[in-house]
Each structure stands twice: as C-alpha cells, then as structure tokens.
Write a protein that binds this ligand. Structure first.
Ligand code: 13P
Length: 261
C-alpha cells in the first residue's frame, strides 16, 4: 500500500480568532488536493470550534483539510480543570493531536511518563498522535543524535499498553525550529531511517504503512522540495510558514513528490 504523505500546520499560539478563521477560510477556498496527501491544521484549542465550522465538508473527505490539536489530555473526561476532553475533540472533528512538542517538553515540563499517558489516551480515543522527537544543539554537535532520539522513543513506547492504528513521528531538531537552519538531507534521512528501525522493534505487528515519519523545523516552500525527495520523509510539520496562506499552500503543492520529481 502506498503511504499518503502528511503536511501538518502547527499554528502554535500565533493566530487569534479573526486571523485564524480568515486563514482557515482562505485555505478551504484555495487548497488544491494533491494525490496521496493529507493536510492537517492545528490551531490553538479555543479556535477549534470556530475552525471546525469552516471545514465541515473537508472533514468528511479524504483529500480535504483536517483538524488537529496541539496537545491532548492525559486523563479521561472529568475533574481535570483546564484540560480538554477527547470526546469534545472528536465532536469537533479533531482526529490528530501533536504530543510532546519540544516547546511543551521544555516550557511545560512535560515528562516521558506524562507523554506516554497522553499517547495511550490519544490512541484509545481514536486520535492519531503526532509524536515529536528531536535533539538540542549540543547533542547534535556531539554527534549523539541517533542515541538521543532512540532514547526518546524507547522512554514512551517500550511496554506500551496500546496498539496504534496510525502513528506519526515528527522529527524536529530543536536547533532547527524557528532558526531558518535545517539539517543536511543525508542527516534527515539517517535519523528517519533510525526512527523507522526503532519503531519496527517497538511495534512488530503494526504494518509499516501505518507509521509515518515527518520532518519539522524551518520548513519552507523552497526547502520542502528537496526534503520530500528523501525516501523516508513522509511529510512535514510546519510552524511559521503554516500561518501564511501563500507559504502553506506552496508547501502543499511543492511537497507533491510526483510533481517535483
Ligand atoms: P518552524 O517551522 O517555525 O521552525 O517551527 C517548527 C515547529 O516547531 C513545528 O512544530
């Protein structure tokens, strides 16, 4: 089976209500679905309701624009002030969730144990996790990237109590986020292959088509063209460039392997 590629926009906390709705509407109006490609946007939590109203038809088609959240609760619905329940996410048509972004690991002190709970919750509630891994600059400079990433995967996925239908791993080197610097193509390929190998050992019964490995960190409409040609790059997690209509739509088109090759 051919793997569909993923272009995921992480809007972080950049856009407010009016800007978020305007961007979602513009994407709906101008997005041209590409073969074998899934497009997901991840707005801030309070925007999900309004944006789900903008995407109603898209959510029912396989080639539309789909909705994801930037985090997920580690608990079932109930007495968890400030959390958002999985059933509400599903009601809003939100079927993807970013988990373990480096900005949350660092800024919100999210631990491996917490991330494991979140991953299990997402999978048990039918939400596809977009699990982020990536090394800081000192680890990259000391050439310890592969061991660091493998440890991040093992910390959450060994003895994992759920079987994912679909799993997305986003390789986001921390030093590449917001810096306009990306790793060499060969480095990205090596890390993605290593992630693939580690996951095959951690999930021996999950078919390889169900696991996708995407790259994030300073992706733009230009550098995506060569990165998508790497055999183990299944798409992108895009930050700043996803809040510009023109940039995000260009990334969608330029990440069509058939088109660019
Ligand atoms: P930038 O694309 O702004 O570097 O952000 C990447 C990112 O953190 C996506 O999750």
């Amino acid at each position: 089976m051919k793997k569909s590629r993923l272009i995921i926009g992480n809007w972080k906390s950049y856009l407010g209500l009016a800007d978020g709705i305007a961007l979602a509407k513009a994407l709906v109006d101008h997005h041209v679905p590409q073969a074998n490609q899934i497009v997901v946007i991840c707005p801030q939590f309070p925007l999900l309701g309004a944006i789900s109203q903008v995407l109603p038809f898209h959510q029912q088609t396989s080639n539309g624009i789909l909705l994801g959240s930037q985090d997920i609760s580690a608990w079932d619905a109930g007495a968890h002030t400030g959390d958002v329940s999985h059933s509400l996410l599903s009601d809003l048509g939100c079927h993807y969730s970013i988990i373990g972004h480096s900005e949350r690991r660092q800024g919100n002190q999210e631990t491996d144990a917490m991330l494991k709970e979140k991953l299990v919750m997402a999978i048990n509630n039918g939400i596809t996790p977009i699990f982020c891994v990536g090394e800081p600059l000192n680890v990259y400079q000391s050439k310890q990237t592969l061991a660091f990433i493998e440890a991040q995967l093992t910390a959450v996925f060994s003895d994992f109590p759920a079987i994912p239908d679909q799993l997305i791993i986003a390789y986001e080197p921390i030093w590449a986020i917001g810096s306009n610097i990306i790793p060499r193509l060969s480095e990205i390929e090596t890390v993605h292959q290593h992630i693939n190998k580690a996951l095959q050992q951690l999930f021996p019964v999950t078919p390889s088509e169900s696991i996708r490995i995407i790259y994030g960190g300073s992706v733009n409409a230009d550098n995506c063209k060569s990165m998508i040609q790497q055999p183990s790059v299944d798409g992108f997690l895009v930050g700043r460039a996803s809040i510009s209509e023109l940039d995000f739509l260009s990334i969608i088109v330029n990440s069509n392997k058939e088109f660019t090759s």
